[in-house]
Design a protein around this ligand. Structure first.
Ligand code: FNR
Length: 365
């Protein structure tokens, strides 16, 4: 099933165009949507359109490449596979297919806590460049269980996602009647029963005393940093003060992200938040970005505005749905070539040549 690349895929973004032929309307709406009115999803994309890449002339780029060292890993390109849950929504092979594509292309994969396959099965299929995305569990013993399993399975870093304690549903997914199929349930959590929901007292808020009851706090972060044996990155950073405080707390690196617009409707576009976060933590501290990256040109713009690398979210689900492992590998190859082409035209042979002055504001059409 889905084992060849269909015609009509010339650019990575073509997988987004083709996905509706391979996913039913409910699944597609769940993946493509954000939360509420999907305004943060649109903002992520619009932020990239606000910048142009300025061509430069006569520069010799024949020694060009996109290799980098990130979190101790030697990587061929600055594109990571973002943690994306429930991948069986897109393909029966789910995260195993994605992991095979990551291995084939040398891409660093970030496996989600909420994956359809276990973190051990994903590790067995992936290359050495693998990180584990962690959601803190209501019981610390369960969080510690996930940590120990990730360490034992050879993951190299923990990516703690902090921006999704509460996620409002996407109205487009609701309208499409989406419900999570049973075979997409999070395999990693099968052995950790959810605590019984405590009843709310009269006058309690469904949000503050309900949904946010187990939401992480700074105490939890300090606890995690004390028990984790792997470097801990934090995903979901948008405010420079949070960035500074996380850096001071000993976090290994940051991911500027609004969760692909799936957490707070009206959140700032990740790309717009990036320069202030970079300025807050200074040069030399790792900062990644995700949200709205659909092309090598988008990746170039994020690198120019201060990111060391970018993560690819929905495009991996679209490519997975269209052509399985082959599709994900092909999508990554297309993105890499698109980035090479932008670098060559902007006169940048190396990633360190990509600086803010490679960009100019783009006047809206
Ligand atoms: C996500 N994302 C996400 N993030 C995370 O930290 N843990 C997770 O389990 C998930 N799951 C998830 C499922 C689906 C269907 C989507 C679309 C996204 C967010 C993801 O890591 C990333 O931040 C965004 O997807 C980036 O935006 P783009 O590339 O999708 O525009």
């Amino acid at each position: 099933m889905n084992s060849s690349i269909p015609s009509g895929v010339w650019n990575a973004i073509d997988y987004e165009q083709l996905a509706p032929r391979h996913m039913d309307a409910g699944r597609l709406a769940y993946v493509a949507g954000g939360c509420g009115w999907d305004t943060a999803v649109a903002a992520n994309r619009a932020a990239f359109a606000a910048w142009a890449i300025v061509p430069r002339l006569l520069r010799d780029v024949r020694g060009g490449h996109t290799r980098l060292t990130l979190g101790g890993l030697e990587l061929p390109h600055p594109l990571l596979l973002a943690p994306v849950a429930h991948q069986r929504l897109a393909h029966p092979d789910a995260e195993i297919a994605t992991a095979c594509a990551a291995q084939a292309t040398g891409t660093c994969l970030v496996a989600s806590t909420l994956s359809s396959c276990t973190l051990e099965a994903i590790a067995a299929a992936s290359g050495p460049a693998r990180w584990f995305q962690l959601y803190l569990q209501p019981e610390r013993a369960h969080t510690q269980g996930l940590l120990r399993r990730a360490e034992a399975a050879g993951y190299c870093a923990i990516v703690l996602t902090l921006d999704a304690s509460i996620q409002l549903a996407s109205r487009s997914a609701l309208r499409a009647g989406f419900a999570m199929p049973a075979d997409c349930a999070p395999a990693n959590l099968a052995t950790y029963p959810a605590p019984a929901a405590a009843p709310l007292a009269e006058g309690d808020s469904r949000i503050f005393q309900g949904a946010m009851r187990h939401a992480p706090t700074w105490d939890d972060l300090h606890w995690l940093l004390g028990v984790a044996r792997l470097p801990v990155w934090v995903k979901g950073v948008l405010h420079p003060d949070d960035a500074r405080a996380l850096q001071a707390a000993g976090v290994a690196g940051l991911i500027v992200s609004n969760h692909g617009g799936r957490s707070l409707d009206g959140a700032p576009a990740a790309l717009h938040a990036l320069p202030a976060v970079r300025a807050a933590v200074g040069e030399g501290y790792p900062v990644l970005l995700d949200g709205g990256v659909r092309s090598g040109a988008d990746a170039f713009k994020a690198l120019a505005l201060g990111a060391n690398a970018v993560l690819i979210g929905r495009l991996q689900m679209y490519a997975l749905a269209v052509a399985g492992a082959l599709g994900v590998a092909h999508m990554l190859q297309l993105l890499t070539e698109e980035l090479h082409a932008c670098m060559a035209q902007a006169g940048c042979a190396l990633l360190c040549d990509i600086t803010p002055d490679c960009l100019a504001p783009q006047t809206p059409c």
